[in-house]
Design a protein around this ligand. Structure first.
Ligand code: FES
Length: 281
């Protein structure tokens, strides 16, 4: 009996169980080889397949893994952007496709690719197309996640480093003050139907960890860390220091209110998962 027959899509409870089973099965891939995983990736489309990404760690709840990091750069004027990998043409199954991938990202030894973001339907968003025309800046969305943002920005503004200068004391009254200053936003989503949600934090924790690790050195800038803010469980948008998180000991973490998954934005880990292919163009 196939997994699909066992867990029909019409039952929320059964889908939940399936998510956990899939997560557990994937956790064993590193030890047992990728053959079983490859059989799940035969759907048509560009890219996808077994992918190793860096992520903010999932520490509690039903999510199967962390949320993928977006390498950050602060430009010469102080605006924050998410680095997009190099666009290349590759042959897959005899067909030329566009992919975006950077080998040895900034000398870290890590291959950074857009496959990191190909889950939860994001693989079909316009902004995930390697050639989508964007300046890659993080911009304020229509519903900012923090009061300080509503007081400082208008929708569409670019996040700026000067607006984070109080990061060593900032608090929204939830959890410990001074741990870091967060912002919500969107990336590569100008004029797009589907918005790619992101979150960033500027923190002393990140500044201090950076010198100890080549990947952190390459993927963070001036104490900023960023990630694709889509819960890997069922795709809700979580939040750092959010209402209701204290009940689940997540007041200093990123908390998903849908089913109480918790992520630690100061713990960057490698994750292994099956990225979904982009739809055929
Ligand atoms: S915990 Fe279920 S969608 Fe986030």
């Amino acid at each position: 009996m196939s997994e699909r027959d066992k867990y029909p899509a019409d039952s929320g409870r059964r889908r939940f169980v399936k998510g956990v089973v899939g997560g557990a099965a994937l956790a064993g891939v590193g030890a047992t080889g990728a053959a079983a995983v490859n059989s799940a990736t035969t759907s048509p489309g560009a890219g996808g397949g077994t992918t190793q990404a860096y992520a903010i760690e999932n520490t509690d709840g039903p999510a199967p893994r962390g949320m993928p990091q977006i390498p950050v750069e602060v430009d010469s004027e102080g605006f924050l952007k998410g680095v997009w990998p190099e666009v290349k043409t590759e042959k897959q199954g005899g067909i030329s496709i566009q992919i975006a991938e950077t080998d040895d990202f900034k000398g870290s030894g890590v291959t950074y690719s857009t496959e990191w973001f190909q889950y939860c339907g994001v693989e079909s968003y316009a902004g995930i197309n390697p050639q989508y025309d964007s300046d890659n800046y993080f911009r304020v969305g229509s519903n900012p996640g923090y009061d300080w943002m509503s007081e400082t920005y208008s929708e569409g503004d670019k996040l700026h480093v000067d607006d984070f200068t109080d990061y060593e004391s900032w608090s929204n009254g939830i959890g410990r003050a001074g741990l870091g200053k967060p912002a919500t936003g969107r990336w590569r989503s100008e004029d797009a139907e589907n918005i790619i949600p992101i979150q960033v934090i500027k923190s002393k924790e990140i500044e201090e960890a950076t010198g100890q690790d080549a990947w952190l050195e390459a993927s963070t800038d001036e104490g900023f860390v960023a990630w694709l803010n889509k819960c890997t469980h069922f795709c809700c948008v979580p939040q750092y220091k959010s209402e209701g998180s204290a009940k689940f000991n997540a007041e200093n973490d990123v908390y998903c209110q849908c089913h109480q998954s918790v992520y630690d934005p100061f713990s960057i880990v490698q994750t292994l998962f099956v990225a979904r292919p982009r739809p055929q163009e």
